[in-house]
Design a protein around this ligand. Structure first.
Ligand SMILES: NC(=O)c1ccc[n+]([C@@H]2O[C@H](COP(=O)([O-])OP(=O)(O)OC[C@H]3O[C@@H](n4cnc5c(N)ncnc54)[C@H](OP(=O)(O)O)[C@@H]3O)[C@@H](O)[C@H]2O)c1
Length: 286
């Protein structure tokens, strides 16, 4: 499950597949058969497929360019939820923000699917990470993933707390998958030369920012669209995936699966995300 699965069935996503369709951006499974000209895979191979939609099924067809081999002993429930969350955060922090060791990173929605991977990758890249989320149990999870500081934005003032935690300087990079009313106070806490990563709008509204804010901070508003990146820059995407899978196999990434539900309960899984109850990944099993 990824939040875009919830958006796509409400006709709110960037892509609008022709009806009827099933959601499901990514999956892991076993190759049953291959078409003519497929050389990289054979029946019986364990694979990850990144197909955008249509993965909430027992069987589907994937183009071989959207398939990765599952190596080692990676479990299916980890592989099924690995590519979009880690892929988005890695691309965002590495290519879009050019996050440097020693910089400060603020992650909003930090216990969610993409958010928690941003906390983990931010630490791995040597940043000081401030995790912001809506409840103490979500923030405890972020702490266990290495967050240096936490902010509960349901009970604390985001901008004031960031100011206090950074000695008035602000944060170098902001990772925002939430948008809505959280975006402007977050942006007002950015440091000189900061980079604000536009990841998504899980809280609902697409925010509008006064453009004097980036001007006075010499800051950048940087868009991130991982799905389009994988299509526009396939070689870089492939290199990113190899780096991420390498880190996973070295034990440096610990994907967090908080719930596993049978495929028949797919609607319940979507509700968990829409009701803000998911932490890390929710996985459907067939
Ligand atoms: N740009 C890209 O390439 C890309 C790729 C993947 C995903 N995304 C986007 O990133 C966002 C997060 O995706 P995800 O799969 O990580 O989702 P998720 O696991 O559901 O996490 C979303 C987080 O947003 C916060 N949130 C605040 N208000 C919310 C609301 N009204 N409803 C639901 N969540 C709310 C929640 O944290 P708190 O309760 O702590 O606030 C939640 O943990 C989505 O907007 C998605 O479309 C973008």
């Amino acid at each position: 499950m990824n939040f875009p699965d919830a958006l796509i069935i409400q006709n709110l996503y960037q892509f609008k597949p022709p009806l009827p369709f099933s959601p499901g951006g990514e999956a892991a499974g076993i190759v049953d058969a291959v078409g003519d000209g497929v050389t990289a895979f054979k029946p019986g191979d364990r694979v990850i497929a990144m197909i955008g939609n249509g993965a909430f099924r027992e069987q589907f067809v994937a183009d071989q360019t959207r398939v990765l081999p599952m190596v080692g002993d990676m479990p299916f429930d980890v592989a099924a939820g690995f590519t979009m969350t880690y892929g988005t955060s890695h691309h965002a922090l590495k290519q879009r923000a050019r996050l440097q060791a020693g910089e400060t990173l603020l992650v909003l929605g930090a216990a969610g699917g993409v958010g928690l991977t941003a906390v983990e990758l931010g630490k791995l890249m040597g940043a000081k990470v401030i995790a912001a989320a809506s409840s103490d149990d979500k923030l405890a999870l972020c702490k266990s993933y290495g967050a240096d500081e936490v902010i509960n934005y349901s009970t604390e003032d985001l901008k004031d707390r960031v100011k206090a935690l950074t000695g008035g300087k602000g944060v170098d990079v902001i990772y925002d998958p939430v948008g809505d009313k959280y975006a402007e106070p977050a942006f007002r806490s950015i440091a000189w030369n900061g980079r604000y990563l536009v990841i998504g709008f899980a809280a609902g509204e697409i925010p509008k920012l006064p453009l004097n804010l980036p001007l006075i901070k010499g800051a950048s508003i940087v868009g991130v669209f991982w799905g389009a990146f994988t299509a526009h820059e396939p070689a870089l995407h492939e290199a990113n995936m190899q780096e991420l899978l390498g880190w996973y196999h070295e034990g440096r990434l610990k994907p967090h699966v908080s719930a596993r539900l049978p495929l028949a309960e797919g609607a319940k899984a979507i509700r968990l995300l829409m009701d803000r109850k998911a932490m890390g990944k929710v996985i459907l099993t067939a």
